[in-house]
Design a binder for this molecule. Structure first.
Ligand code: ZN
Length: 228
């Protein structure tokens, strides 16, 4: 089982401060409520589009009663991905709100790793496609959060995603519209950048975990061929 743990703002913060921070891990087994024990650690690599790289130490835990093992993944990392969640989000938020193309978001100025154009394009496409697969559920959760925070949902715009008319299926168009609505809801619910970023982080993290198959999606051949 993978669970998210807080501790760092992002990869840069991890690289600068990982020696100084003592990780707070859960004490109780999510399955049987018995005690969890430390159970070694493993390393995984992470990157961001600013060009930062890091080797992250992931703490493992084991339950003393049912032997469930848990990996404590920092919530700035995307499960099953090398790139951090903020970078995935960057693609998704732009595509959900502005009239653009995958090519433009992939090769925009924010992407510092333009050396591999095909990989950038594929990453942008997959980021949007994956979040679209869970955008309906995330929009529902955002609606709920808004209701609890007293936001009047009638005032949140239900506009269409400017890119949904180019979608290859009605289903994808619907999910892009849900993505656009999700972004509008989140903008109303979280007023400052940091809380917005944490909210998305948490939701996308759990969305990825709930749909493990999303991790293995690849960009369609037509998109790759369009490069040459
Ligand atoms: Zn247990």
């Amino acid at each position: 089982m993978i669970i998210p743990v807080r501790g760092f703002l992002g990869l840069e913060d991890y690289n600068d401060n990982s020696q100084k921070v003592i990780l707070e891990t859960p004490k109780e087994c999510p399955q049987c409520k018995e005690n969890l024990w430390k159970h070694g650690s493993f390393k995984r690599t992470a990157k961001d589009l600013k060009g930062n790289k890091g080797v992250i130490s992931i703490q493992r835990l084991i339950c003393s009663a049912c032997s469930l093992t848990i990996s404590c993944l920092f919530d700035f990392l995307a499960p099953f991905k090398q790139y951090v969640i903020e970078d995935i989000l960057q693609y998704v938020v732009i595509y959900g709100q502005e009239k653009t193309t995958y090519r433009d978001i992939a090769w925009g100025e924010q992407d510092g790793s333009n050396t591999d154009a095909e990989a950038s394009l594929s990453r942008a496409f997959c980021a949007v496609a994956q979040v679209c697969q869970i955008s309906g559920e995330l929009a529902q959760q955002a609606q709920q959060a808004c209701l609890e925070a007293g936001v009047d949902l009638m005032t949140v715009e239900q506009s269409r995603c400017p890119n949904s008319e180019l979608a290859h299926s009605v289903e994808k168009a619907k999910r892009l519209d849900q993505l656009s609505y999700l972004i509008n809801l989140t903008n109303r619910y979280c007023r400052d950048v940091l809380s917005k970023c944490f909210w998305y982080r948490q939701k996308i993290f759990s969305g990825y975990l709930a749909s493990e198959k999303l991790a293995w999606l690849s960009a369609p051949q037509s998109l790759k061929q369009a490069l040459f």
